[in-house]
Design a protein around this ligand. Structure first.
Ligand code: SF4
Ligand code: SF4
Length: 84
């Protein structure tokens, strides 16, 4: 079972290194709409799901991903339950 990810400045700093350069994040300008990043803690982007194009997910390289037994990736689109 995935463990809850805390919405902390430390985790945001880690997230920035992975979501930040992610092609999905860049192409869909997700930084500009809440919750901006750290989607595995904060939930999916408020940008409508249908308006976000999948272009790859960098979560799989992020240390928070295995540390919290996360699954699926694309938390910006699908929220913390991950991709169904
Ligand atoms: S959750 Fe995954 S797909 Fe979405 S911006 Fe972050 S790394 Fe990219
Ligand atoms: S698992 Fe993805 S959304 Fe969560 S901190 Fe890492 S890069 Fe960001």
């Amino acid at each position: 079972m995935p463990k809850e990810v805390a919405d902390t400045p430390e985790n945001m700093e880690i997230c920035k290194k992975f979501c930040g350069p992610c092609p999905t994040f860049q192409a869909n300008t997700l930084k500009e709409v809440p919750p901006h990043a750290l989607f595995c803690a904060r939930g999916k982007s408020t940008k409508p799901t249908a308006d976000i194009e999948e272009k790859g997910c960098s979560c799989f390289g992020c240390p928070i991903f295995p540390d919290h037994e996360l699954e699926g990736g694309y938390f910006c689109i699908y929220g913390i339950e991950g991709k169904k």
